[in-house]
Design a protein around this ligand. Sequence first.
Ligand SMILES: *Cc1c(COP(=O)(O)O)cnc(C)c1O
Length: 393
Amino acid sequence: MSPANASPSMAATASARSGRESANRDRLLRLPIMTTPRLRASLDGLPAYKAGQRPAQRSDIVAYKISSNENPYPPLPGVMDAVMRAAADMNRYPDPFSTRLIAALADRFDVPAEHLALGTGSVALCGQLVQAVADPGDEVMYAWRSFEAYPIWTQIAGARSVQVPLLPDERHDLDAMADAVTDRTRVIFVCSPNNPTGQVVHRDELIRFLDRVPTDVLVVLDEAYVEFVDDPRVPHGIEVYRDRPNVAVLRTFSKAYGLAALRVGFAIAHEPVAEALRKLALPFGISTIAEEAAVVSLGHEDALLERVDGIIAERQRMVDALRGEGWRINEQQANFVWLRLGDQALDFAAACETQGLTVRPFAGEGVRVTIAEPEANARFLDVAADWRSAHSG
Ligand SMILES: *Cc1c(COP(=O)(O)O)cnc(C)c1O
């Protein structure tokens, strides 16, 4: 209620309440030190997931957040209408089985409904997969550097991370990963395109790898960016999983589909794994709004492809321009570019920030920059060119 239509007595009550609240808060902060509830030791030192920062408001220039690999486009046709209709029912719990979305996905990807599980973003499904297979002390393997959620979920489960360094060209070292499998290995994440390096795994090497991994070890193909791949050597996990019960594929509506705020991702896996994921899912996690938006989005494949093509073209333009400025850029197959800046990562990110561009630095390693609105991309290329001319030689 706005102050304009609040009655005097309501205003007085509200002001008395806010006085009480602040007294309460002060008292809480002055509580004597006492024993606190025992928290699980495995939470100590948990790496906090560092979400992309919001850009500071600028009066001089438009600020862009190009740190979270979000889609710069508005929702696909019809999505807003579906969302508004679904919003009118927000007093009701959603369909706990998300029947419409499951049916639409089964149809779209030609898989049985029993092979599908939804999650509140595929990041949640990463956690459910770890919980489904790893007891304390078991091993969760992934390449490193890769998606930051993997070490977090591993630690939460009390399991042990086995991080296999990327090859010098920042591709997965699948031979080393297969070599590193032990009898404690329960799950291996393969992220392709890899976040944050943008590199991919090829069909032949993936098949060779899968042939070496014991069939009781789960292999998760994290394909959050697969829609942006234009390299024909890259397989779609869905072709690979069909005759391999130990392979699960993760997809999301957050990136290419542009529904990041609605939190919906899905796994495709054989029934025992998919069923375990469903058991571990947050009840009613997929809102009716998210479900409807996803269903309508799936019906607009043409518009999706058009946008994805636009982002791929923009990616190529950026990679070409950066290489032209003298940057060494590996093949990029996602909706971002990765600049290996080493010790200069934080300084470069600060230089971007002064120009109203919030990028994602990884201290000592590099900077990940989302392919965004053409204006943001153009401004980024200017910053990168200035940096090169100031730092070359
Ligand atoms: C963004 C991302 C996801 C999933 O994001 P959600 O919004 O949780 O669906 C999963 N894996 C990788 C590698 C990502 O970059």
